[in-house]
Write a protein that binds this ligand. Structure first.
Ligand SMILES: [Zn+2]
Length: 143
């Protein structure tokens, strides 16, 4: 299908669809074209590029997947988890006590991670103990 903007001698412009350029020409040559507004037979193509409708134009583009971003975030999270698990000692529920002991110099400095309840975490931060929440729930080691 081809769309032409047709214009009559009165200046009415109407968009019309034709099967093909030759179909338009045939109708035009036979005098079968007339203005949809005033009925004038003096109809010609307006000076504009025809729009060609194709199946491809109707097919909407596949929306960009959002899964890529989340996968990369997951990868970063997994890398962080691996780093923490390889470089820090899991102390579980003893985290608050261990962190405080290290902060006070009562225990040697080492990297630890574990679990702490909200009240203990608040108390640690208020006391200036350098702790940070992990963006994941640590694996509980049995040993
Ligand atoms: Zn007209």
């Amino acid at each position: 299908m081809i769309q032409y903007a047709l214009i009559c001698d009165e200046g009415h412009q109407v968009d019309s669809w034709f099967q093909s350029a030759s179909a338009f020409q045939t109708l035009s040559d036979a005098g079968h074209l007339s203005c949809a507004v005033c009925g004038s037979a003096e109809v010609r193509k307006a000076v504009m590029a025809p729009r060609v409708a194709t199946r491809q134009a109707e097919t909407s583009q596949t929306p960009r997947s959002l899964s890529k971003t989340s996968t990369e975030e997951e990868k970063a999270l997994q890398a962080l988890r691996k780093h923490v698990e390889q470089n820090a000692d899991y102390v579980g529920r003893e985290f608050a006590a261990e962190a405080r002991a290290m902060y006070l110099g009562a225990a040697p400095d080492r990297a630890i991670y574990g679990e702490v309840n909200r009240a203990d975490a608040k108390a640690l931060i208020e006391d200036g103990v350098p702790v940070a929440p992990l963006p994941f729930v640590p694996n509980r080691k049995t040993n």
